[in-house]
Design a protein around this ligand. Sequence first.
Ligand code: SF4
Ligand code: SF4
Length: 127
Amino acid sequence: MSKQKVSRCEKCDAYCCKHIAVHIDTPEDKKDCDNIRWYLLHQNVWVSIDFEDNWLLEFKTPCKHVTEDFKCSIYKNRPDICKKYPGDGELCEGETDEPSYKELFKDACEFDRYIKTYYLSSSNELT
Ligand code: SF4
Ligand code: SF4
């Protein structure tokens, strides 16, 4: 998100400025799962589980302030989250091919399959 902060960003197409992800509660019952299905029925919305078992709701939509040459048009006034990304000692998304998630659902069918597989293969029961 800090496109002009470091030289690595010069060769990047502002990958990190083209989506947002927010934490959501881990689904615990059928109602929670139904809500996640609802998210995933919308275009350009993904849900993922990261390697710390956090659930994330992701909107694949670019920031309004990415310029055509992949700069930030409000650089001096960009949000803190942009200034602080990536964290100290962390690689950004543009620097690694490793996925940042262990599960990714791009639509409701993928999520349904996961829920059926996960809950049928474990002692967990959705209420
Ligand atoms: S405000 Fe600037 S740095 Fe932040 S996401 Fe938008 S374009 Fe990227
Ligand atoms: S993904 Fe990384 S290299 Fe690309 S703009 Fe964002 S911080 Fe810079």
